[in-house]
Design a protein around this ligand. Structure first.
Ligand code: NDP
Length: 410
């Protein structure tokens, strides 16, 4: 394999990311700007099935902490983030924002929040006058992220925004600019950067425990049940973009970047959208993509909403092989390192600390004014890569990339 010397800019993708508009956005129609069935609108939803609320309100945080308002009481907010806030030392729950008043009242009571700490989407902007709220955590369908992040900055609050950051790089640029203008932090909820197995994998590759990197492969698949764009936002283009890539496949793209430590110079991809399947009336069912790095290493990614379950990352170097399966979930990670004839099972820590570690990083960054590890610029970078993937799939061409992930040509 040819060895190139990566340029500094290609190695520093996030830091080097400018906020100039991606050229293709003003170009011809692409798969990602086909008209969707309806514009995105924030609307309350029922309590997610299987939600378990705390039997008693969580204790106050141990350390100095910031007050966080959760925006959108869906599955991820109620079953992962809100229970983990109690495990964090530097964040505490200050308010909830929901379109379902009854659900919000039930959740607020379970978490010991007063009634005046419940906001609706209509009263959201009133958080500006609520000093209990230092920051909001936007956990809404993706197509709504921009609106609620921009309003939070106008209200003078710091923001964590769930991944994917937004559906277009232009929206990401708006969010970053608004955060800077308001002098407020913007973090993307990329929890794997705080998860012990993924951190160990980064360390092993950085130290060349596998020898020089050759190929990363990731698979993020599941099979969605009966759904239509009207019944499930993940199948609705205005709320979810192109589908599995933005939602599940993004973990693989992220892993390719944080494990290689490089920015791709070229990207190629294909998508599939089966006919006559209501689940895929507006989104793709599968996306496969490949990133080529300046070192010559490659990163290959598949993702699907119609494939047997997979959550896997493998890394092959010149002399060693690392597998993680599951690799990027909430827990249950497994990791194996193979070198020559020796195989070692690694257990670097409890994956579930990723949530509290991410929240603590955010809280400390807000309080101490320190850099965010997964800032808006990282979300912008990834959104540009997603745009390049769809552009490649649409044109059948390999897209050449600048170090800030913009395409060099349309
Ligand atoms: P859910 O469908 O479970 O919940 C979304 C919530 O958003 C709803 O319950 C509702 O809350 C609110 N909402 C407002 N408007 C709408 C609308 N038009 N359609 C649907 N919901 C609406 O989604 P998730 O919790 O799974 O995902 C939310 C976000 O979190 C997404 O950005 C997703 O990518 C991200 N996520 C991240 C994960 C991670 O591991 N980092 C894992 C899972 C999701 P209410 O009723 O309170 O108004």
């Amino acid at each position: 394999m040819t060895q190139y010397t990566p340029s500094r800019r290609h190695l520093l993708g996030v830091a080097a990311s400018g906020i100039a508009a991606a050229p293709f956005l003003s170009g011809p129609a692409t798969a990602r700007n086909i008209a969707a069935s309806a514009p995105p609108k924030a609307e309350g939803q029922p309590m997610p099935r299987g939600t378990r609320l705390p039997a008693s309100p969580p204790p106050a945080p141990k350390g100095q902490s910031i007050g966080v308002a959760i925006v959108g009481l869906g599955g991820y907010a109620l079953n992962q983030i809100m229970p983990r806030i109690a495990e964090a030392d530097h964040c505490h729950l200050a308010a909830v924002v929901s379109g379902n008043a009854e659900k919000a009242a039930t959740v607020a009571a379970a978490y010991g929040l007063p009634e005046d700490a419940i906001y609706s989407y209509d009263s959201y902007e009133e958080i500006a006058g609520d000093d209990r709220i230092d920051a909001v955590y936007v956990i809404l369908p993706t197509g709504l992220h921009t609106e609620f992040v921009l309003k939070a900055f106008t209200a003078g609050k710091h923001v964590i925004c769930e991944k994917p950051m937004a559906l277009t790089s232009a929206e990401c640029e708006d969010m970053i600019a608004a955060g800077k203008a308001a002098d407020r932090k913007l973090m993307i909820g990329y929890r794997c950067h705080f998860e012990p197995y993924n951190l160990k994998a980064m360390e092993l590759i950085r130290e060349e425990a596998l020898g020089p990197l050759r190929v990363i492969r990731t698979a993020h698949h599941y099979r969605s049940g009966p759904s239509t764009p009207a019944t499930n936002w993940r199948h609705n283009r205005a709320l979810a973009g192109g589908g599995p890539l933005e939602d599940y496949g993004l973990y693989g793209i992220q892993a390719g970047l944080y494990l290689s430590g490089e920015m791709p110079v070229r990207i190629s991809a294909s998508t599939q959208q089966p006919a006559n399947d209501p689940r895929f009336a507006e989104i793709f069912a599968h996306t496969a993509s490949q990133m080529i790095f300046p070192s010559g290493a490659t990163s290959q990614h598949s993702t699907s909403y119609d494939g047997a379950g997979a959550n896997m990352v493998t890394v092959r170097g010149q002399t060693g092989f690392l597998t993680m399966e599951p690799a990027t979930g909430y827990g249950g990670h497994e990791m194996m390192l193979r070198k020559g004839r020796s195989t070692e099972t690694l257990t670097p820590g409890n994956p579930s600390i990723q949530f509290a570690a991410m929240l603590d990083h955010f809280g400390l960054s807000v309080m101490e004014g320190t850099e965010i590890l997964t800032p808006g610029e990282m979300g912008l970078r990834d959104t540009r890569l997603i745009e390049a993937i769809y552009r490649s799939a649409e044109t059948g061409r390999t897209m050449a990339l600048n170090p800030d992930a913009t395409m060099t040509e349309d």
